[in-house]
Ligand binder design. Structure first.
Ligand code: ZN
Ligand code: ZN
Length: 381
């Protein structure tokens, strides 16, 4: 029987403390040991049939909670589903018939886990309009928050508005993508000549410059999972290093399943940007808490960390699994950054689902909705 090594994750998490010594880094286990979850490499302790999910492809066992982003059906002994590794094997992988404009970013992304667009992705003349809308959006959320009758704290937050840490706010706003994609540089304008990509772009009204790259990485049926704005006030502190989601296999370095697109509306860099660890999307379990702490001690973190310098209206994309953090805002202006999360078509964000279900939504005024429509109308003219 084939043996493999499952590394013990050293990333700080609640689960780490639960792990026992027998799962030390070099412990060997058999491929089809039903007692180990192949996503988190932890033991499956609960034997209730709803707590386990078996893959119909490779027969491997997972914690149901670890693969909650996948649809599963009930079986008598456990839930059944097709695991992430089997889904990637079943899917067509990025094909290399794309034009250079797509292939260069894609290969750079696959190596580093992120890619910085060489020029602005928003049409420069539209930047002022977008900034004024985002300012109005924050003012409206703030007004709605202040005028609510049963005062709910900002830390607890709302499904669409919360304070992530002092001076850092997040507004979740699904409508934003339609608005922004109309204000974006289109891929045709940049000379994309690939017929297939062009045909697809014709189907959707706007084909922003990032779309052919994302389709190559996530498949043509990719979906938009989340949209919104991160706002960092002057004086906001460094965030701790984190990934936006775990790797989907403890065994393989799988292809990317989710990508964030960040578009800062002011110049972003060392004084207010994001710090990324290139290549950390692979072998996420190799990282040690010690090396994360060392990097935190040194803001630049040596050559191991990169801070993209992005002009207002520029953009970068990064793999969900890449370690990164928002840097302190050392400038004297607010730093709004639009974010959009794209995923493969089979990935469902269960965290967001439960958030919507259990957390209250902050209601915006009808006046603001009218303002919203006027912005959309203005950008189509
Ligand atoms: Zn698990
Ligand atoms: Zn499988």
């Amino acid at each position: 029987m084939v043996k493999l090594v499952v590394r013990k994750s050293k990333i700080a998490s609640d689960k780490t403390t639960e792990r026992r010594d027998e799962f030390a880094p070099e412990a060997e286990i058999a491929t089809q040991d039903d007692s180990i979850c192949f996503l988190c490499a932890d033991r499956i302790r609960c034997h209730h049939w709803r707590a386990k999910a078996k893959c119909t492809g490779c027969q491997r066992m997972y914690h149901r909670s670890c693969v909650a982003f996948l649809p599963a059906t009930e079986d008598k002994k456990h839930m059944t589903m097709l695991c992430p590794a089997c889904r990637f094997l079943d899917c067509p992988q990025p094909n290399y018939r794309h034009p250079t404009e797509v292939l260069k970013p894609v290969s750079s992304f696959l190596r580093d886990g992120f890619y910085v667009f060489p020029s602005t992705v928003l049409i420069p003349e539209k930047l002022a309009t977008i900034t004024s809308f985002v300012t109005a959006l924050f003012e409206e959320h703030w007004r709605a928050f202040k005028s609510q009758s049963d005062v709910r704290s900002m830390t607890k937050g709302f499904s669409n508005f919360r304070r992530r840490s002092p001076g850092r706010y997040e507004m979740v706003f699904p409508w934003l993508y339609e608005f922004i994609s109309r204000m974006a540089v289109s891929s045709e304008r940049k000379g994309g000549k690939n017929k297939k990509v062009k045909q697809q772009c014709d189907k959707v009204k706007a084909c922003p410059i990032w779309m052919p790259i994302l389709q190559c990485l996530l498949g043509e049926k990719l979906k938009l999972l989340a949209s919104g704005v991160f706002l960092a006030m002057p004086g906001a502190k460094n965030q701790p290093f984190h990934t936006d989601g775990p790797a989907l296999s403890a065994e393989y370095n799988l292809p990317c399943h989710a990508i964030n697109l960040f578009i800062p509306l002011v110049d972003a860099g060392e004084l207010n940007g994001t710090q990324i660890q290139p290549g950390s999307q692979y072998d996420p379990n190799k990282e040690t808490i010690v090396s994360i702490k060392t990097a935190q001690a040194d803001r630049k973190g040596g050559e191991k960390y990169i801070i993209p310098n992005v002009a207002a209206g520029g953009a970068y994309i990064f793999d969900y699994r890449v370690r990164h953090r928002g840097l302190a805002n050392l400038t004297d202006v607010q730093r709004p950054c639009l974010y959009f999360t794209f995923t493969t078509d089979w990935f469902a964000d269960t965290d967001n689902f439960s958030m919507k279900r259990y957390s209250k939504e902050l209601e915006l005024s009808p006046d603001f909705q009218r303002l919203q429509s006027s912005y959309l109308k203005a950008c189509s003219d």
